[in-house]
Design a protein. Structure first.
Length: 551
């Protein structure tokens, strides 16, 4: 319809002798009385045409010709906006697409033939997943679902940090607790991991090996045991939220030398040095970002010989390009906000297209229980664990609450609200709309033999009330919402949209009798209900929440 209206406007301009290279744009008015689409083309062209905007708008209005059954009327508003009011028959005919495509409604070919990778969670295996990590996990999973709906070949990836200082501390933490189990008195540092899970790993090691590891010359066995146990725990927690990964990329691969004796990390250093962006001073190796206009250079290899986070991250992203991904999405916590621009700058210098990398930063999460904030700290062992939250409010509420606010906003997770069985709880409100439709259709099947998969979409043409039209137009917005949410990396847009659909359906349900209406109208409203259920289901699938048939 938008393409049709733009072409109609072009023809109207030609009839009025107006030639222009300026684009014709359409918007959806915020207020329903201003129609279904609106254009400001008369305001844009008025000056060069030497006319008042409203006069030009009126001339264009009189010159436009529409096919029967497409546009019911046009109006002029404000300083010269032209508003289009679609014909009810066109809206309802368009709605038949939902019933025809069903689970496929909303899918597009935007990404056909293109590979996309979404990296998310990527938590260090140093402890159980916290609530803060859960937000990034759900965000990444929803973004992967959105890209899948747009036709991309999506790989869901977890960057497994099995190297570096934190893993060394983890291994040493388990070793010291193991020695305690062996009966030795140890001085356990505050800087080490304090949680009870460390003691549990140590006890299991003792159960399997007795005291034979007490004199081990390295922490390798302790680190490996901790890594295996903790990562198994992480995957189990993610599974509870219906989060799965296709690929696990181990950081240690970036330290391994190839046949030429060079590791991916070293290859990055060598390539940046060749480009003139490496400096050596204070015993460290630096990425000379001052050449890019930054105030300070950024360390890549510390004076201790240990790489900073930036170096392996650059090398890791080189592998993404080499693996042929055209769409690269990274979901990071707010602590990465200063790092990732340097990674992209380095990739640009190395000849890769950094614009293909999109980063979704999600802000921190706090939880409140009865108005009191719960503080988190993985290192100290008093973290607010994601498993505990899932136990308390369920997987659906956990997922939806994580993404119902913009990722740029700090999230206050209200545990008590998430457990409420009322319209105040967003997940309950959405799922209740779906369950209400399922209940209605069961009654309709029993009382009048209604078959929701029968070919009866043509009945929709009989609907023309404001509540029916508003709901139908909202359902038709679904593909555009997918596109917008994906482009902005904002699954929250889908939550807001589905809430609007649920609200419009509840209003339609209250104002428009269904089973008590005369037969043809009853059938039409039942098919509108089926279309609504389908859009809710498709949206729930993107958000990763269930679609209950009873509540």
């Amino acid at each position: 319809m938008q393409e049709y209206l733009i072409e109609t406007l072009r023809k109207a301009l030609v009839r009025n002798g107006i030639e222009t290279s300026k684009p014709i744009t359409l918007e959806k008015p915020a207020r329903k009385e201003f129609g279904d689409f609106s254009t400001n083309i008369a305001l844009v062209l008025a000056k060069e045409c030497g006319k008042q905007p409203r006069d030009l708008a009126r001339e264009l209005q009189e010159s436009m010709e529409f096919r029967k059954g497409t546009v019911e009327k046009t109006t002029i508003a404000g300083p010269g906006f032209i508003n289009f009011h679609l014909a009810p028959s066109f809206i309802m005919q368009s709605l038949e697409q939902v019933l025809a495509e069903r689970d496929g409604f909303g899918r597009s070919c935007t990404g056909k033939g293109q590979k996309a990778v979404v990296e998310y969670v990527s938590a260090n295996p140093t402890g159980p997943l916290t609530i803060g990590r859960g937000r990034g996990g759900v965000l990444g999973d929803c973004l992967a679902n959105l890209l899948d709906m747009q036709g991309f070949d999506v790989t869901r990836e977890y960057y497994f940090n099995d190297a570096g200082r934190q893993m060394t501390i983890l291994g040493e933490s388990v070793r010291l607790r193991y020695l305690e189990v062996c009966g030795q008195k140890v001085d356990y540092p505050e800087t080490h991991y304090q949680g009870g899970y460390i003691r549990e790993i140590a006890r299991k090691l003792h159960d399997n090996h007795g005291s034979e590891l007490a004199d081990a010359g390295s922490t390798d066995a302790f680190k490996k045991a901790a890594e295996t146990a903790i990562f198994t725990s992480i995957k189990n927690t993610l599974h509870r939220l219906n989060i799965h990964h296709d690929s696990f990329f181990n950081e240690h691969k970036l330290y391994l030398e190839d046949e030429s004796g060079s590791s991916p990390n070293q290859q990055v250093i060598d390539a940046l040095r060749e480009k003139g962006f490496i400096s050596e001073y204070d015993g460290a190796t630096w990425f000379t970002t001052t050449k890019l206009g930054q105030e300070k250079n950024k360390v890549l290899i510390k004076s201790t010989g240990e790489p900073s986070y930036r170096l392996p991250d650059i090398a890791y992203h080189v592998t993404k390009f080499k693996r042929g991904f055209s769409e690269i999405v990274n979901v990071f916590g707010a602590d990465h906000i200063d790092e990732y621009p340097d990674v992209i700058e380095a990739l640009n210098i190395l000849g890769y297209d950094g614009s293909r990398i999109r980063v979704a930063i999600n802000q921190f999460v706090t939880t409140t229980v009865n108005g009191e904030t719960v503080k988190m700290s993985t290192r100290k062992g008093n973290a607010d664990l994601l498993d505990d939250l899932i136990d308390d409010v369920g997987a659906d509420a956990t997922r939806l609450f994580f993404i119902m606010r913009s990722r740029d906003s700090h999230l206050n997770f209200d545990v008590e609200l998430a457990k409420k069985q009322s319209k105040d709880n967003p997940v309950f409100y959405l799922q209740y709309a779906h369950a209400r439709i399922c209940s209605l259709l069961k009654i309709a099947k029993k009382e009048i033999g209604f078959n929701p998969v029968a070919s009866g979409a043509y009945h929709l043409q009989k609907l023309d009330s404001s509540h029916e039209l508003q709901l139908s137009l909202a359902l038709l917005d679904f593909p555009e919402v997918i596109s917008t949410a994906s482009r902005l990396l904002e699954p929250q847009k889908m939550v807001d949209y589905l809430h609007q659909v649920a609200e419009l359906y509840h209003r339609f349900y209250q104002e428009c009798p269904i089973l008590k209406a005369e037969k043809e109208i009853c059938l039409a409203r039942l098919f509108l209900s089926v279309a609504t259920r389908q859009v809710l289901r498709n949206g729930f699938r993107i958000l990763g929440i269930t679609a209950p048939e009873t509540m």
